[in-house]
Design a protein around this ligand. Structure first.
Ligand SMILES: [Fe+2]
Ligand SMILES: [Fe+2]
Length: 183
């Protein structure tokens, strides 16, 4: 079941939203993003879905182009290299990956003006060009919000698993503490 972070909703049952992205999700290259890690502990496909879903919701609320928001959100990080091992790109990743994502997206799907601006400038203000559309300002915020949420979720999972390990390693200590309290 595909769902966005912080949401329990099955994306394939989200009528209008799913109708905007189902052709993109059917593309093998988009699904390939599942095999790439993006921001520690999240796949690039999951991150793209998170951005797409909340981008759609926010743009719909603001009466902006919700279709473009959903599609550009899913395609905004359509690249297939690992930034840590890709020598040519390492230091230029923030600006370069958006250009590469736009190229990859436009080679596979028809991309309109708003979608193109959203993909190309989603890293603003880390990239020099000012967004040309209101939807692009939205994706710059949603992308950062999702990255922070994904990182927080990862840290919570890590802390949770460390606590479980330490509880398993010290069962007698805990038992002793409980017994002392009971007296
Ligand atoms: Fe990005
Ligand atoms: Fe992103």
């Amino acid at each position: 079941m595909l769902k966005a972070i912080l949401s329990r909703r099955d994306i394939s049952k989200s009528g209008e939203y799913y109708s905007y992205i189902c052709d993109l999700l059917a593309c093998g290259d988009v699904r390939e993003l599942q095999n790439h890690t993006h921001h520690i502990g999240t796949s690039r496909l999951q991150h793209s879905l998170n951005v797409s879903y909340y981008n759609f919701r926010l743009c719909k609320l603001l009466r902006l182009d919700a279709r473009a928001a959903a599609r550009a959100g899913l395609l905004h990080d359509l690249f297939f290299y690992d930034r840590k091992t890709h020598e040519r790109i390492q230091n230029r990743h923030p600006a370069e990956h958006a250009k590469i994502a736009l190229y990859n997206a436009s080679m596979r799907f028809p991309i309109n003006e708003i979608e193109g601006d959203m993909i190309l400038n989603h890293m603003w203000p880390m990239t020099p060009h000012l967004p040309r559309h209101a939807e692009t300002f939205v994706i710059t915020l949603v992308d950062k919000f999702c990255a922070l949420t994904e990182l927080s979720a990862y840290l919570c999972r890590l802390a949770g698993s460390k606590m479980k390990k330490s509880e398993k390693a010290m069962p007698l200590k805990r038992f002793g503490r409980k017994r002392r309290k009971a007296r």
